[in-house]
Design a protein around this ligand. Structure first.
Ligand code: ACO
Ligand code: ZN
Length: 499
């Protein structure tokens, strides 16, 4: 790995000395480093890909010390051909060629690797470069503890007992009769493997190996009344990469490469809300529960859409083993998608969330908190302790840490010692969090101390004040009384495709 810039992002072309020389739009090739304008400033950028579009040749650039999210396609006019470019070293070229050959023939299900985990750690620092205000765990904790160091004393609670986990599953609410399900099952079963094989290997929706998926393929999406600018690659049909903009129906999530066919679709499309049961409604949002197996196309479309904003998840086709909990906001035109989380029907690792996403137009408005709260409310109903699937993305980590800290603090501040002894296990049970997540949060907030042979939980005064301030800002929470949900029960067959 090459050296990192000030904000934790790698410098481009840090793989040794390169030959320099002049290039033209025709000779500039993948692997070259050129001077490219970004936000009005010239910057070093590596060319990762080149494509011909209706509006001319475009170059995909990864900029020095910038998060991958800020990679972009640029036209010829943004590249300074008066400056020398750095040519890729021939050795590296050969390696790349060999790798490309390999990736063109191999298509297998990619797994989240150790490499991805490492990357998450690195990107965590880099959110700074995007003008947002993240607080990595250590900064967050430091900021909470620095000012008045050891002024703890607000509460002192003891630690050390066993968790209390209740019974789990109840009955499924079927909206399909067993007979019709069996009939459908039969009709589908012979083609399943073929279908999945086709999806995985046909040029269009191939799960792309690392080299190809470095490159964002869709530059703009028209979605309801919003225009979205994707952050990452998503395996839409390859041909969509040539469009300046694609169109996604905000209700059925079908995708179109041209306005004419999209407009035709909108005249016919009758869907006005996600295709599942509404299990929660308040004045502000609704939640729908959708079974990946029953609504395969819709859920695959949702995964394709969310992949544009999620870098480290690889689920697109095999949606059968998941339930999707989709949050919407209502108006007279229908229920509009804000975000969702998916959840394995059966998680061996006790995860209560697989993927979680707030669409970019709704981010930083408190919706992520609602999604996370909802996932824990479901775990409470199940009588289970849950945790999100790892690795978490940078933004996922920030959001979860904030949620865990706030909720543990609120619980402790309202704790009455006369009711129940406060231990890590009782906190975990009350919040449906794993004891590990509780313990990590307490440690990070420096709320666990060992005093005179005893473990204690203490709440620094500073944290209390900060929580009071942030609570005044926080507008919405899920009203758990309004959730109408019983944990569904699944047969083994309904959980998988069997591949
Ligand atoms: N910078 C700094 N802090 C942030 C940021 C950010 N960009 N985003 C969230 N936070 C922290 C803040 O503490 C925030 O509270 P505050 O606004 O009061 O300071 C808290 O998280 C909650 O923020 P919300 O507004 O409730 O969260 P949002 O609606 O933006 O959703 C989410 C968070 C879902 C992670 C969103 O950023 C997202 O969809 N990102 C892209 C997809 C992704 O990375 N998903 C998580 C993958 S991990 C997994 O799937 C298990
Ligand atoms: Zn539609």
């Amino acid at each position: 790995m090459g050296p990192s810039g000030a904000n934790g992002e790698a410098e481009v072309g840090s793989d040794g000395p390169r030959q320099k020389g002049k290039a033209t739009p025709d000779t500039l090739k993948v692997g070259c480093i050129a001077q490219v304008t970004k936000d009005g400033q010239p910057r070093r950028a590596e060319i990762l890909s080149i494509k011909e579009t209706k509006s001319g040749r475009q170059f995909y650039c990864n900029f020095d010390n910038f998060n991958k999210r800020l990679d972009e396609w640029v036209p010829v006019t943004r590249i300074d051909f008066d400056q020398d470019v750095e040519w890729p070293s021939p050795e590296k070229d050969k390696q790349k060629e060999a790798k490309n050959k390999k990736t063109a023939t191999v298509s297998k299900k990619s797994q989240p690797s150790k490499k991805t985990q490492k990357k998450v750690g690195k990107r965590e620092q880099s959110v700074v470069s995007e003008g947002q205000t993240p607080h990595p765990w250590t900064d967050f904790v430091d900021s909470q503890n620095k000012a008045d160091g050891e002024d703890k004393a607000n509460a002192s609670l003891e630690v050390g007992a066993t968790p209390n986990v209740g019974p789990d599953e109840m009955e499924i609410d079927e909206d399909e009769t067993p007979a019709s399900a069996a009939k459908k099952e039969h009709a589908q079963s012979f083609s399943r493997e073929q279908e999945i094989e086709k999806l995985r290997t046909s040029g269009s929706m191939t799960q792309n190996p690392a080299e190809i998926s470095r490159i964002r393929n869709i530059s703009k999406v028209e979605f309801g009344r919003y225009v979205l600018f994707p952050w990452y690659f998503s395996p839409y049909p390859e041909i969509f990469g040539q469009e300046d903009s694609i169109f996604i129906c905000e209700f059925c999530l079908s995708y179109y490469g041209d306005l004419k066919s999209f407009t035709r679709h909108r005249m016919k499309c009758t869907l006005q809300h996600p295709p599942g049961n509404e299990i929660y409604r308040d004045d502000f949002v609704s939640f729908y529960e959708i079974d990946g197996r029953r609504q395969r196309t819709w859920c695959r479309n949702l995964c394709l859409l969310s992949k544009m904003f999620l870098d480290h998840k690889t689920l697109y086709y095999d949606v059968d083993p998941f339930m999707f909990y989709v949050m919407t906001t209502r108006d007279d035109r229908g229920s509009h998608l804000i975000g969702y989380f998916s959840k394995e029907k059966e998680s061996a690792d006790a995860y209560n969330v697989a993927c979680i996403l707030t669409l970019p137009q709704y981010q930083r408005k408190g919706y992520g908190r609602l999604l996370i709260q909802f996932s824990y409310e479901l775990s409470k109903i199940e009588g289970k302790l849950g945790s999100p699937e790892k690795p978490l993305s940078d933004l996922g980590l920030l959001s979860y840490r904030q949620y865990w800290s706030e909720n543990i603090l609120d619980l402790l501040l309202g704790w009455s010692e006369t009711q129940e002894k406060c231990t890590i296990e009782t906190i975990a049970t009350r919040l449906a969090m794993t004891t590990q997540d509780v313990e990590h949060t307490l440690q990070a907030l420096k709320m666990q101390v060992y005093h005179k042979g005893e473990h204690k939980i203490v709440i620094p005064e500073k944290l209390v004040q900060q929580r009071e301030k942030s609570k005044a800002k926080q507008k919405r929470v899920i009203d758990s009384e309004r959730i109408q949900w019983k944990p569904p029960v699944f047969t083994a067959a309904s959980r998988t495709w069997g591949w």
